[in-house]
Design a protein. Structure first.
Length: 475
């Protein structure tokens, strides 16, 4: 009864204390607008529980034993012990309060909101399905993705070979659960994507770091006789974070290596839509021999990260298994955003948006290159043929960590390359994203970096500074 719960709540919150006398049954009935008999029945029930004491006609009181503690229990006071410490996600927090050369951050000011609103409205106009839907994702979206992959990336798959996920990292998690057992090993680019590395480590795997150069992963460094090596995670279209593209020779070598070792390749094509002044490189998955490969894609870069929709494409039996594991995680990506995205792709809006953004990002990367040249900043910009970020390799003697820390104090954020390396001994370089910055802010940010690098505090070796001065390098 509502009266019983009301009295219990008042005692628990301390509004009524042990020993307090309640109002008469007639007064309570009048205040609550109910029959007196209803109030008397509630009082009898609370007396039976020992919450109230007294007799009719002599007053009713709150029992001294009621509401022990005097307030509502706060569950946060006594949390259950954790079986193990929760991991700290291996992500780099955004820089707040200035110009941020953030990596993998798309520009959203040019996003076609009108077209997206129409797609969402159309999706919302349909009567909701009474079922949860398929863990593979909405059929209409999977069909739209297959068409997009054929047109944009030259990859031919059918709907059964695609699963929709909450971003690419969920697909990595699914594959790790399926393939890895404690003691297995995973080959990863060094430096590489820290969050993916952490997912594999949480599955109990040991990471085998493989060197990266200006042609991408050095395939010759992959172990040939390691039976515990089960998987290789690569970013061949635009290596993260260094920006190199895996050469055709190495692509063939990597696929052959995996086939011979019966290892799985995870190909993360996180920003493969964006390339400038270079011919497209088809995904590894387009090679006829690539039967043991799962291709990962995301709409976080081509659209916006908050959409939280990605996908995996691969052999049907692997996708079937991923769908089974998916049921035990979150079952399915929300249907409404999937349906809206399907309509957005079908209407050609995604490809039009990507084409616009490719032109915009091309202008911004050139602004970055021009600003570095104009200011005489002592470094070399590489990795800007594709993607949303490049690598600023500092001249010998400069300490990238010191440069980044000093620039941050002056309102400019840039990430040292070694933050992405396992050994933290990567070359002295900054990973600089340009996609989310205006041309003006790119110029201002580079000017700050150039000014910072004139200071002795960011030079690791004083002799190197003298050597640069003798060569006439701008300080």
């Amino acid at each position: 009864m509502a009266i019983i719960e009301r009295v219990r709540g008042a005692i628990a919150e301390g509004m009524i204390k042990p020993g307090d006398r309640l109002a008469s049954s007639r007064r309570m009935a009048s205040d609550l607008g109910v029959a007196r008999g209803t109030v008397l029945a509630a009082i009898d029930a609370l007396m039976a529980e020992g919450i109230l004491i007294g007799h009719r006609g002599a007053g009713t009181y709150v029992s001294p034993d009621a509401g022990v503690g005097g307030r509502k229990a706060d569950l946060s006071d006594v949390p259950p012990p954790l079986p193990r410490c929760a991991p700290v996600p291996a992500i780099i927090p955004p820089f707040v309060g200035g110009i941020d050369f953030a990596v993998c951050t798309p520009s959203v000011e040019a996003f076609p909101l009108g077209a997206w609103r129409r797609a969402v409205a159309l999706a919302a106009s349909n009567r909701p399905d009474g079922d949860y839907g398929s863990p593979r994702g909405e059929m209409r979206l999977r069909s739209a993705i297959t068409g997009y992959l054929r047109r944009a990336r030259g990859l031919a798959v059918d709907e059964r070979q695609v699963i929709v996920t909450n971003g690419a990292i969920q697909a990595v998690n699914l594959v790790a659960r399926m393939y890895l057992r404690p003691g297995d090993r995973v080959a990863m680019e060094e430096p590489g994507y820290p969050l993916a590395r952490q997912v594999f480590e949480m599955a109990g795997a040991e990471i085998v770091p493989i060197q990266v150069d200006n042609e991408g992963l050095v395939v010759e460094r992959l172990p040939r006789r390691d039976r515990r090596l089960r998987l290789a995670y690569v970013t061949p279209s635009h290596q993260f974070p260094m920006g190199s593209r895996l050469s055709m020779v190495r692509r063939q070598q990597l696929v052959e290596w995996a086939s011979q070792r019966r290892a799985l390749i995870l190909e993360d094509d996180y920003d493969g839509e964006f390339r400038y002044d270079v011919p497209p490189l088809a995904p590894l998955a387009t090679q006829s021999a690539a039967r043991n490969l799962v291709y990962l894609g995301t709409f976080s870069k081509s659209m916006f990260p908050a959409l939280r929709i990605g996908f995996a494409a691969g052999p049907a039996d692997i996708i079937d298994a991923m769908a089974s594991y998916r049921i035990m995680m979150d079952y399915q990506t929300s249907a409404l955003p999937q349906q809206a995205l399907a309509r957005f792709i079908e209407a050609g809006e995604l490809e039009r948006h990507v084409a616009r953004m490719r032109r915009l990002y091309s202008e911004r990367r050139m602004a970055l290159a021009d600003a570095i040249q104009r200011t005489g900043l002592p470094g070399k910009l590489t990795g800007i043929e594709a993607g949303l970020n490049g690598l600023l390799e500092l001249e010998p003697g400069f300490d990238a960590e010191a440069v980044a820390a000093t620039a941050a104090r002056e309102g400019v954020g840039a990430t040292p390359l070694n933050r992405y390396a396992m050994s933290r001994k990567a070359r002295s370089a900054l990973v600089v994203g340009y996609s989310a910055l205006s041309v003006e802010n790119i110029g201002r940010g580079v000017e700050v970096l150039a000014r910072v690098m004139t200071r002795r505090s960011v030079v690791r070796d004083a002799n190197a500074q003298k050597s640069r001065k003798s060569r006439g390098v701008s300080q």
